[in-house]
Structures are given as C-alpha cells and as structure tokens.
Design a protein around this ligand. Structure first.
Ligand code: 13P
Length: 346
C-alpha cells in the first residue's frame, strides 16, 4: 500500500467546492427511478442517461470530484465508442466503483440486513483498478424501528457484523491501492426523532471506527460517507436545518478521528434542497478537522432525470438541471449557498 498516494486521491475526492456524484444505482434501483419517469430500463437507456451526465462538461469539470459507477457502467462505452470511464477522466473527475453486492437478510436478526460482496473482492478490485477506478464504495444499511416480532432494531449483532464487513472491505481496497468510501447508512425511513437517529448513528460510527482500527485500515486513506443526524421521514417532529447541522457536527466530532481526510454525505431520501441546505449549514459552522462535502445520488439526479425523461431532445435540459444541482451543492460544500440561488436555474 502506498499511503501517500491513497491520501492524495482521498483529498482530491473532497476538494473544496467539489463533491461526488453517486451514479451507482444497481439495475433494480435504476429501474425504479426510470419507472417513475416512464422510461424503459435497458442497457442502452441506462448508458444514454449516464453518458448525458458525464458529458455535462461544466458540472463535471467545476463541481464534481469523482463519480461512483455501477459494475455495468464501468465496462460500458459511450455511443461513439469512448469508454465512459475515459469521459469521466477527461473531465478531470476520478472514476470510482460500487463493489458491494447489495444486502441479504441477516440470520437470527429478523428485519435486519448484512451487505454481501467480500468473496473474490481482492480479484475484482484488481480488475477495477486496471480499468481506472481509484476509489470504491461499500454501503452497510442499518434500520431503526421495530423489527419483525416487535423487537427494537438495530441489534448489536447487526451493527457489529456490518461494521466488520465495512472494515474488511476497506482493508482489501487499500491493499489494492483503491481509496475506500466507508458508508454505514442509518436509514431515515421510520418515525423516530432526531435524537434516536443521533444515538443509533453514534453507536454505528463508534463500532465502525473500532473495526477499522482492529483491521489496521489507514484512516488517512479513506473517506467516510455517513447519514446526517435527522428525524425519520414519518416522524411527528421533523428536524429544522439548524438542528440537523448542529447535531450532525456534534455527532461527527465525537466519533470521527481527525485523521480522516473527508466526509461526503449521502442524501438518503432528503429533498434536493434540504440536502443542499443541510450541507451548507454545516459548512457555515466551520472550524472542522475534515472537509465536508456531498456524495449524493437522488439529491443530484432527481431533477436531471425528470428533465430528460428518456428523450434525446431533452438531453440539454437534463444537463442544465444536473449542472444547477451540482453547482448548488458545490456552493454548499463551501457554506456559500443561499436559497435565493435556487430560483436562478441555469
Ligand atoms: P442517496 O444520496 O440517494 O442516498 O445515494 C447515495 C448513495 O450512494 C447511497 O448508497
């Protein structure tokens, strides 16, 4: 492992004023997104859509530091035969790859999940590196609520095995000279309040960093991708922007060592503007040991998907919508976003 080079890539992923585009939806997830805009999900439509994003030169060169790809996409070529990975590199962004293979039911823990994909990961990482990937992503999913049979979740078991798998993945990535994005996602699907989210996320992050230490992962060569401290979508007490910012910063300061170069949040089902406002408010607090930016999927892509709607003649409108959201989040990564800017759609 060359830690100096891993650290260089990690810092580039969180370059001030830039963030990560999570375009790594599995075939099942992208089908759901395409269903919502009335587009059939085929290898070709998935390629056309992602090619449209990667050819948004203004967004890619100014506001996007890296792109997380799905396995299918990393091997795909653009319409003119250029590998999509090359388009990303040519724009100045870094190609990355989702390497987890989704979730499975966790035995003995009804309603809870464990992320799969460690088998043969070392060989897969080698092939991804050769293709151009310089960072990877692995997502663990922790749900809050009542599991099957009315028992409270998450269990300690689910937190432990998911943290263990995240650290196994991270160690394998670094051995393959790939920067791991470590993503322990506490879902915001339930009716819990922000304090319950805080408490569960604190346990999850503490366990994750404990496992990372046990497995000798170099913190300088990784990026953390956490959820924010936020009330569940069905909560009777929705969180304010200030509350999310203040509690998320307090949580991260308590759990994330300063050696970690950067934190790139997931959007997790927040609206586009909420995700931007939260990131902005956190960066306004300032005085943080790590860089704070975005690694959004839905909050960057919902608008361009709608504008595109599968029609080639809408490609320019799709790109404009993507450039706008990327710019808004780039400003938020510096604490320079204001709600008034949303009206001036590019
Ligand atoms: P969302 O921003 O839509 O949560 O997606 C980010 C991601 O990569 C989830 O794994």
């Amino acid at each position: 492992m060359n830690l100096a080079d891993l650290n260089k890539v990690a810092l580039a992923m969180v370059t001030p004023g830039k963030g990560i585009l999570a375009a790594d939806e599995s075939s099942g997830t992208i089908k759901k997104r395409f269903d919502a805009i009335g587009v059939e999900s085929t290898e070709e439509t998935r390629r056309d859509y992602r090619e449209m994003l990667f050819r948004s030169q203004e967004a890619m060169s100014k506001y996007i530091s890296g792109v997380i790809l799905y396995d299918e996409t990393i091997w795909q070529n653009a319409k003119d035969g250029t590998p999509l990975v090359r388009l990303i590199e040519q724009s100045g962004a870094i190609p990355g790859i989702k390497v987890d293979e989704g979730t499975q039911a966790l035995p003995n823990c009804p309603g809870e999940l464990i992320t799969a994909g460690l088998d043969k990961l070392a060989e897969r990482l080698k092939r991804y590196y050769e293709r151009g990937a310089r960072f990877a992503k692995w997502r663990a999913v922790i749900d809050i609520g009542a599991g099957t049979g009315g028992r409270n979740i998450p269990t300690m078991t689910a937190i432990h095995v998911n943290a263990h798998a995240l650290a196994r993945y991270a160690a394998l990535c670094q051995a393959a000279q790939i920067v791991p994005i470590v993503e322990p996602e506490v879902l915001m699907d339930g009716d819990h309040d922000i304090d319950r989210c805080f408490e569960v996320t604190e346990r999850v992050l503490n366990k994750t960093f404990q496992e990372l230490r046990v497995q000798r992962v170099a913190l300088e060569g990784m990026i953390l991708k956490p959820n924010m401290a936020i009330a569940g979508k069905k909560s009777a007490k929705p969180s304010t922007v200030e509350e999310v910012a203040e509690k998320t910063i307090r949580l991260l300061k308590a759990c994330v060592p300063a050696a970690v170069p950067g934190i790139a949040f997931l959007s997790g089902g927040q609206s586009d503007e909420e995700a931007t406002a939260h990131l902005n408010a956190m960066n306004r607090i300032g005085g943080l040991p790590w860089r704070l930016t975005f690694s959004y999927g839905r909050a960057l892509q919902a608008a361009p998907q709608k504008a595109w709607s599968g029609r080639p003649e809408n490609a320019a409108a799709g790109q404009r919508a993507f450039i706008h959201r990327a710019r808004m989040n780039a400003l938020a990564s510096k604490g320079e976003w204001e709600t008034g800017l949303e009206k001036k759609v590019a």
